[in-house]
Design a binder for this molecule. Structure first.
Ligand code: AHR
Length: 514
């Protein structure tokens, strides 16, 4: 315990007064770090529950929801605000069941597909390759396609690449033109299967490494495929052997990235409610989220051994909080509320990714709309932005900015015998020379004074935003959509070359220093 507590009791009141420890964050403004790839701020849209159908896509039929070619205008506008750099599709587990040719051509002729992983619902394939890639153009985002390895073929995968990327004359590009699209979309990011150790085929790492080599061999060849990023299905959380086997067995010329999936789950058999949870459960979620620091550090150590020049990226293409589904909703749809707890996961995780930007070049929050740690929830024509959305928006300042390494003289958030660093932070400098510092205080009940030495800084040069709320369970609802929203941050002063600020409990602050 690092806090000194004094209990004052009287008039039936019991008050705990803590001697607060001051935290300092020392930013190294001299040694420039790597560029924080904007692709760390990527999203994920799987055919799962109400993410695509009844989420992004309301279809071509008469609907009162304003849309462009079936894609909701309000979602597009909200995601544009986030400047989402890439969007992963069609899965997830769904990807290894998906046959892309079923999702092209006249919609009335497309066969159906039963979504066997997610609720066994029958989909009509009305949202396919064209609908997704055109939606990415609307969003101004780079598509990240996950190809089917588990139940597909090398030919099917290679054909998909030819269909979307080949500008010349070829059977697949001709078919694309027949289906109404003249220009190739030039998709850069390609995932070779998903969770090959599980729903992607239950393969061993050795076996998958060979399968990967075979697929990757046929992913090149078209001029327009130059510069494509081939991303291998990666480890689940701490499976370092998986990463090691892939690094050892796959020639560097065939691979550009290795994925990693990690969810903040209390217990897979008892995940707990998304919005009604105790502080103990909150603390465990924070522990799970904080594991990301160790995971990326150790996976990077393995990668460094085989690729000291850092040519192969670590791509955390699924991360986020995972709880029990909301009562009364389909258990296969993974629909959950999103609270200040999720804002903490987001702020902390993004700080971890920023601070490891030398190797973590891409990541995808799971998932964008109505599934898991969503940034957007919809209910018919209504739409709300979640606390996670707000963190993502506040952190856009780090997109493609240069990392400034920092050191935190931290304090602990203590629960029982366990403790976690209370404060996490990352800092960057953008192309205009503006500096940004994002700070998260995960402590559910304690505010902290933070001192950031910044020589020569004047108060007029500092501004900021804060996301905080009375309780860690606080969230937005369709009735109260702005219950949790960021506001201007005013609780700071500048004194003798230091920015001194107070971070409320469970809060995210992003400071700008001009
Ligand atoms: O994001 C939900 C699921 O979690 C994905 O389909 C799968 O890849 C992971 O297990």
């Amino acid at each position: 315990m690092r806090r000194i507590g004094l209990i004052i009791a009287g008039c039936g009141l019991s008050l705990a007064v803590f001697a607060q420890k001051e935290v300092s964050i020392k930013i190294d403004t001299e040694s420039k770090g790597p560029v924080i790839s904007k692709h760390i701020y990527g999203h994920f849209a799987e055919h799962l529950g109400r993410c695509i159908y009844d989420g992004f896509y309301v279809g071509d039929n008469e609907t009162k929801i304003p849309n462009t070619d079936g894609v909701r205008n309000d979602i597009v506008a909200a995601l544009k605000e986030l400047q989402i750099p890439n969007l992963r599709w069609p899965g997830g587990c769904f990807a290894d069941t998906y046959h892309w040719k079923d999702g092209i051509g006249p919609k009335e002729e497309r066969p159906t597909i039963v979504n066997r992983w997610w609720g066994d619902v029958t989909e009509d394939n009305s949202f396919g390759t064209h609908e997704f890639l055109n939606m990415c153009e609307l969003l101004g985002t780079a598509p990240y396609l996950s190809g089917n390895v588990g139940s597909g073929t090398v030919q099917e995968f290679a054909d998909w690449m030819q269909y979307v990327n080949n500008d010349g004359v070829s059977p697949m590009s001709d078919l694309r033109r027949e289906n109404g699209r003249e220009d190739a979309w030039n998709v850069k990011y390609w995932g070779v299967g998903n969770e090959a150790w599980g729903c992607g085929g239950n393969m061993t790492a050795d076996y998958y490494a060979n399968v990967y080599r075979q697929y990757a061999t046929y992913m090149g060849g078209w001029t327009s495929n130059e510069g494509i990023q081939k991303i291998a299905s990666g480890a689940s959380s701490g499976d370092y052997d998986w990463t090691e086997t892939l690094m050892k067995k796959i020639p560097a010329r065939l691979i550009d990235g290795i994925a990693l999936h990690h969810y903040s789950v209390i217990d897979w058999d008892n995940k707990g409610s998304a919005s009604e949870f105790s502080e103990e459960q909150y603390f465990i979620t924070m522990q799970r989220a904080y594991e990301m620091e160790e995971l990326v550090t150790k996976h990077i150590e393995v990668m460094d051994k085989y690729d000291p020049e850092g040519k192969i990226d670590l791509v955390v293409d699924e991360w986020g909080g995972w709880y029990d589904v909301e009562e009364g909703t389909n258990p296969g749809f993974l629909f959950q509320q999103n609270t200040m707890r999720d804002a903490m996961i987001a702020g902390m995780t993004l700080n971890i990714f920023n601070n490891h930007a030398n190797r973590v070049k891409m990541a995808n929050l799971a998932q964008a709309v109505n599934v898991l740690q969503a940034v957007i929830l919809t209910d018919e024509e209504k739409m709300i932005l979640t606390p996670t959305y707000h963190v993502m928006r506040m952190y856009t300042v780090h997109h493609d900015a240069t990392l400034m390494p920092l050191e935190i003289n931290n304090t602990s958030y203590v629960k029982g015998d366990a403790e976690l660093p209370a404060i996490s932070a990352s800092a960057s400098e953008d192309l205009d020379g503006k500096k940004h510092l994002s700070i998260v205080n995960i402590d559910a009940s304690q505010s902290y004074k933070i001192r950031v030495p910044f020589s020569g800084v004047k108060k007029s040069q500092v501004s900021g935003e804060v996301l905080a709320s009375g309780k860690i369970q606080d969230h937005n609802t369709f009735e109260k959509p702005s219950h949790v929203a960021p506001v201007e941050f005013k609780d700071f002063k500048v004194k003798e070359g230091n920015v001194e600020l107070t971070l409320p409990p469970a809060s995210v602050v992003v400071l700008e220093i001009q």
